[in-house]
Design a protein around this ligand. Structure first.
Ligand SMILES: Cc1cc2nc3c(=O)[nH]c(=O)nc-3n(C[C@H](O)[C@H](O)[C@H](O)COP(=O)(O)O)c2cc1C
Length: 213
């Protein structure tokens, strides 16, 4: 067995306590994401997205956070992909961010919904042309015969839309994860890390509690 028993990192970071955590988890998230960007993380907006089938078999993959506000966290993908199939049968999802330079993790759990088609259109036009082409070519999560199948598909789409704007394919767009729970984890020396959890209450306020590491 390959083991990592000697691989240990100390986390000499600032504490996160109930006094200093923002009462609003979205504001707390905004602070931490900005700090991760300022610390020059490559793709600070990358997050693990976990979905599950109707009977609870989970699957996780990385996606890019493309926007957030108090309504939730938006990412873009193929509406026929494996994740989309799982979201259609089970609208619960979990997100996880990790910023190693700051020893920070953020977790969020919530429900998922498609964003408005107009909002997907608005984002699609900002994508580079080759990314737009890829959304037409890739039947995401299906088996492809070979790399050549993808390259030939791209060549066909390039020809089809030559001299024109590329429209958003109907099978591609955004989802919004609407969190009802957050957790902010700050690595601390000696493994007694700080964990601050927020849970959404019936009156739409957020209850904040410290969790044991
Ligand atoms: C850093 C990173 C960012 C990614 N961002 C996205 C994304 O925003 N949207 C997306 O559909 N796939 C993204 N992917 C690819 C997904 O991880 C995954 O392979 C793909 O969405 C298919 O997942 P599925 O078969 O579970 O639906 C990203 C992968 C990595 C490593």
């Amino acid at each position: 067995m390959t083991t990592f028993s000697n691989m240990r990192t100390e986390y000499p970071n600032e504490p996160l306590d109930l006094e200093h955590a923002d009462a609003d988890p979205f504001a707390q998230f905004a602070n931490w994401l900005q700090a991760a960007i300022d610390a020059n993380h490559v793709e600070a907006n990358a997050m693990s997205l976990a979905t599950a089938t109707a009977n609870g078999m989970p699957s996780a993959r990385m996606v890019l956070l493309k926007g957030f506000d108090r309504q939730g966290f938006v990412f873009f993908t193929n509406y026929n992909s494996r994740k989309a199939t799982e979201i259609a049968e089970n609208p619960n999802a979990a997100l996880c961010f990790y910023w190693d330079k700051l020893s920070r993790q953020v977790r969020a759990e919530g429900t998922v919904e498609k964003i408005a088609a107009a909002d997907s259109d608005a984002y699609f036009v900002t994508r580079p042309r080759d990314s737009q082409i890829a959304t037409w070519v890739s039947e995401q999560s299906t088996v492809v015969e070979s790399r050549a199948t993808l390259d030939e598909g791209a060549a066909r789409i390039i020809e089809q839309f030559e001299g024109q704007d590329i429209p958003r394919p109907p099978h591609w767009g955004g989802y919004r994860v609407k969190p009802f729970r957050f957790e902010f984890w700050q690595g601390r020396p000696g493994r007694l890390h700080d964990r601050i959890a927020y849970s959404l209450q019936d009156d739409n306020s957020w209850k904040i509690q410290r969790l044991a590491p």
